[in-house]
Design a protein around this ligand. Structure first.
Ligand code: DAT
Length: 168
């Protein structure tokens, strides 16, 4: 069976991605974890206090799995992945008040907290997604409440079923 590849940049990605993988029988890949395990970095960003992703090595690492299909890729950006990899891209959107609380409880403070909120206000990740993929495959999903999560899961499951019918 051919299975679709899905990219979910945004907020609440891990929660949605893992649950979706288990319901749909797809595999879930967290690019941040993959990079950490393989030390796929090419430097360190002092300002943001985080390592800089070696994008070429990440792509090499994922290529075989992606061509097999059936992969959910979780990352906060999607512009450096090959366009051919993905059949659908979801950008999760969280309102500021909710986002602020979530990031604060994750220990974000100061510039890192402010910049992440700004990124959401300016729709940075959505803009990046529509510039990198055909607009028709990029979807924004609200991700504020547990009800949103459940609705998103139902919708994506329906999309996957349809995709399987159309492609097998
Ligand atoms: P990400 O992977 O995008 O960083 P996450 O899945 O780790 O985000 O979620 C961050 C926090 O928010 C975590 O405590 C779970 C919670 N969360 C995720 N989706 C949610 C939703 N739809 N409603 C309420 N809380 C949510």
């Amino acid at each position: 069976h051919r299975l679709p590849n899905i990219c979910t940049p945004g907020v609440g990605k891990t929660t949605l991605g893992k649950e979706l993988a288990s319901r749909a029988g797809l595999s879930y890949i967290n690019v941040g974890d993959l990079a950490k395990e393989g030390e796929l970095y090419e430097g360190f960003d002092e300002e943001y206090d985080c390592p800089i992703l070696d994008e070429d090595r990440v792509i090499d690492e994922l290529e075989d799995k992606m061509s097999e299909g059936g992969v959910i890729v979780d990352y906060h950006g999607c512009d450096f992945f090959p366009e051919r990899w993905f059949h659908i891209v979801f950008v999760l959107r969280t309102e500021n008040s909710f986002l602020y609380d979530r990031l604060e409880s994750r220990g974000y403070t100061g510039k890192k907290l402010q910049d992440n909120i700004q990124c959401e206000i300016f729709q940075t990740l959505y803009e990046e997604a529509v510039l990198s993929y055909k607009k028709e495959i990029v979807h924004q999903l609200p991700s504020n409440t547990p009800e949103d999560l459940e609705r998103n899961l139902d919708q994506i499951m329906q999309w996957i079923e349809q995709w399987m019918k159309d492609n097998n």
